[in-house]
Design a protein around this ligand. Structure first.
Ligand SMILES: NC(=O)c1ccc[n+]([C@@H]2O[C@H](COP(=O)([O-])OP(=O)(O)OC[C@H]3O[C@@H](n4cnc5c(N)ncnc54)[C@H](O)[C@@H]3O)[C@@H](O)[C@H]2O)c1
Length: 351
């Protein structure tokens, strides 16, 4: 299939580009590089050249999704796209609380422009990067797709919540109108992606102090930060620290390849959790990292962060049943690969 990948130079996007090309698809990337480097795509190309010598380049467009003329130009420059995998968006929870307008305008506004340009060009197949955050504070775990969506605790989460609703409405309207070519939409609700490609060539490259656990741990390990702050040691969990469902980014990337097959089958509207189905506490991750790498991680228990939930993990059974997808990597490989990437690239993609 001919796939447009928005945000394809970013963390999950670049890993997905590799898996798409490995699976034989053609890929065009659109990214404004607000949180990414084109170097990720150069390295992604290196990774796939052995298996796909026919791939000479990964076509890249430096474009902002809010720039309608820029998107029109992109669509005009390529053969019709069969599907768009839409990663592009801002994703820092804390920043979204400080700058809500910027998050709504970029994530919701950018997506609305993208959807309009897509439909004008006859492409109504979309795979959307949603998040477990749409479940809010879950009343039960593991979380299935049938669990009600909750109240999000920050503007970032609400952008995902709203975009899910917008995409659901687009699909429903086509159904109701008997549109012969209705929207096919797959909403993928990611749990907590961590790790990096096992080659150590591509990985997560956060700007400034990381917001998420694993890049924080690896930056402590590499000596850039002196200790890890563990937010909350008094949750109602086995060791008092927050429990999350960490998933290897390569497993997550492969989930998109499986979702494409569903789009090809004309899935209509489909929702899947992408997680491992196993909850891991912050301290379990710290200890798994120390064991996998031999590097000690000093940490301090800090106050809880507002909006953080105690425990959240998925039931990934629906994705296994319907997509034939299942996470293969465990927490040891996630830690090993995160460290492999960080220790080989202490400054990320910056030379
Ligand atoms: N990483 C996570 O923990 C996580 C969890 C759940 C969902 N998600 C979602 O998955 C997607 C990818 O996340 P990621 O971790 O790879 O983030 P990322 O920041 O590495 O990738 C997002 C990419 O989108 C680009 N971008 C942002 N706004 C844009 C715009 N207006 N036009 C064009 N490009 C734009 C950025 O430059 C970046 O390359 C995001 O939508 C994110 O919200 C991420």
């Amino acid at each position: 299939m001919n796939i447009l990948v928005t945000g394809g130079a970013g963390y999950i996007g670049s890993h997905t580009v590799v898996e798409l090309l490995r699976a034989g698809h053609d890929v065009v990337v659109a990214d404004n590089l607000s949180n990414a480097s084109e170097e990720a795509l150069k390295r992604a190309l290196t990774l796939v050249r052995e298996e796909r010598p026919d791939v000479k380049e990964i076509p890249f467009h430096l474009v902002d999704l809010r720039d309608r003329a820029g998107l029109e130009k992109l669509f005009a420059a390529h053969d019709a796209f069969d599907c768009c995998i839409h990663f592009a968006g801002r994703k820092a929870v804390g920043e979204s609380v400080r700058k809500p307008w910027e998050y709504y305008e970029n994530n919701v506004g950018g997506t609305l422009t993208l959807l309009d340009v897509m439909r004008r060009h006859g492409c109504k197949n979309l795979i959307f990067s949603s998040s477990a955050t749409v479940y809010g504070d879950p009343s039960t775990v593991p979380i299935t797709e049938e669990c009600p969506k909750g109240r999000c605790t920050n503007p970032y989460g609400w952008t995902k919540w709203m975009l899910e609703q917008i995409l659901t409405d687009l699909h429903a309207a086509d159904e109701a109108n008997g549109d012969p070519k209705p929207w096919n939409v797959v909403l993928l609700r990611y749990f907590n992606p961590i790790g990096a490609h096992p080659s150590g060539l591509i990985g997560e490259d956060p700007d400034g102090i990381p917001n998420n656990l694993m890049p924080y741990i690896t930056q402590v390990a590499v000596g850039k930060l002196d200790h890890l702050n563990v937010f909350g040691g008094d949750y109602d969990t086995p060791d008092g620290t927050g429990v999350r469902d960490y998933i290897h980014v390569v497993d997550l990337a492969r989930g998109h390849v499986k979702a494409l097959a569903a789009v090809e089958r004309g899935c209509g509207l489909a929702v899947y959790n992408l997680g491992t189905g196993r909850g891991c506490s912050v301290l379990e991750v710290v200890h798994a990292f120390e064991e996998a790498t031999g590097v000690r991680i000093p940490y301090e228990i800090a106050p809880r962060r507002p909006g953080d939930v105690a425990a959240c993990w998925s039931s990934p059974e629906k994705a296994e049943r319907e997509l034939g997808w299942k996470a293969e990597y465990g927490i040891a490989e996630m830690c090993r690969d995160a460290w492999n990437w960080q220790s080989r690239n202490p400054n990320g993609y910056k030379a």
